[in-house]
Design a protein around this ligand. Structure first.
Ligand code: AMP
Length: 337
């Protein structure tokens, strides 16, 4: 398992540990990650508490997670004038570029409300208010063009497609996430984007809904026929599986004593995964396995607090320690004759 070197790119951290990060100016590959997704308000209820109108959204979790690795994170999203300016400042403090974040005067931000069941692996959506998202036209600033990596967070499939079409140059890797809401309400549009991406990440329930296959291996094979070359199936507290051709890699989730709020875990996983790839610039299957561990490590922090709280202040050493817990968790030796 290769460490990411000491290449954590978060400027909050860089500010604190400036001396430790002096090497960055010397040998730093400048790989940019373009992120598109929702930046939203969430109201969340879990067996452990409630949070009203805290910030969330796929673009939020992805960008924050990726900011710990990717040298440059460029966000394209839309919010209403109700979105707190200090949270936009928080994005900037993480080195996230917000030139592509549109603020619509007189309109409200996307709002989602969900309630988790006792096992925390399943949830009911109580409300989805598209608001500004309903007529979102994703403008890609010139400074975001030529992105090396593109992560299409969970969003209206048509908008995901528009973003790909508006790029002057195809990124090295396009990853896409989606959810049951879009599989039910915009399947044809979703299938059209699937043909244009390299990697789809969905949870087990969504993989089954999309393909009609109960077996996740069959579901993954069916998705591979829909367009993407890689599929990641997330299984909540049971980890994640990466499928590529006839190979499968499985990474567990870290068994945690306390899980407070799983919201955003999938997006955080995706942000950590693509952030790690962007940092290393290597999209081999072997490196994707490492990226899955980094994505899983970041997701494990996300679920320990409500909303984005845990993701706002992480230190390189905290992340490294968590990754090493993953290594210990799955390391064993067997001598086969
Ligand atoms: P996750 O728990 O990783 O599935 O992501 C939860 C986040 O997705 C929440 O912060 C929501 O704001 C956001 N979200 C919920 N529904 C949708 C939707 N239909 N499209 C885009 N983002 C959504």
């Amino acid at each position: 398992m290769g460490w990411p070197g000491k290449k954590f790119a978060n400027p909050l951290i860089l500010g604190i540990f400036a001396d430790d990060f002096a090497f960055l100016s010397q040998n730093y590959e400048y790989m940019s990650l373009l992120v598109v997704g929702t930046v939203a308000f969430d109201s969340i209820e879990t067996p452990f508490g409630k949070a009203e109108r805290i910030i969330g959204g796929s673009g939020t979790f992805i960008s924050l997670a990726a900011s710990y690795f990717a040298p440059s994170v460029n966000l394209v999203a839309v919010v209403g004038e109700d979105f707190p300016p200090e949270k936009i400042e928080m994005f900037k403090a993480h080195g996230i570029q917000t030139e592509g974040l549109q603020i619509k005067e007189g309109e409200n931000s996307f709002f989602w409300a969900g309630k988790y069941h006792l096992d925390l692996n399943t949830r009911d959506t109580l409300a989805t208010e598209l608001n500004v998202l309903a007529d979102f036209d994703p403008v890609i600033p010139a400074s975001y063009q030529n992105a090396d990596f593109l992560l299409l967070g969970n969003l209206v499939p048509k908008i995901q497609q528009t973003v790909i079409e508006r790029l002057q140059q195809r990124p090295k890797l396009i990853m896409m996430d989606t959810m049951n809401f879009w599989i039910s309400s915009a399947l044809d549009e979703l299938r059209a984007v699937l043909k244009m991406v390299d990697l789809l990440s969905v949870n087990d329930e969504e993989a089954r809904q999309l393909t009609g296959e109960y077996s996740l291996v069959k579901a993954a094979k069916a998705i591979l026929k829909m367009g993407p070359r890689y599929v990641i199936i997330k299984k909540g507290e049971h980890g994640a599986m990466l499928f590529y051709e006839d190979q499968i890699f499985y990474a567990p989730a870290l068994p945690l004593e306390d899980v407070f709020d799983p919201t955003g875990a999938g997006d955080t996983f995706a942000g950590g995964f693509m952030g790690y790839l962007a940092q290393s610039g290597d999209i081999s299957f072997e490196n994707m396995k490492r990226a899955i561990i980094y994505g899983s490590a970041l997701a494990s922090f996300c679920v320990e607090k409500f909303g984005t709280e845990a993701l706002e202040y992480l230190l390189p050493s905290t992340i490294e320690n968590r990754v090493s817990e993953f290594v210990d968790l799955v390391q064993f030796e067997i001598q086969l004759d």
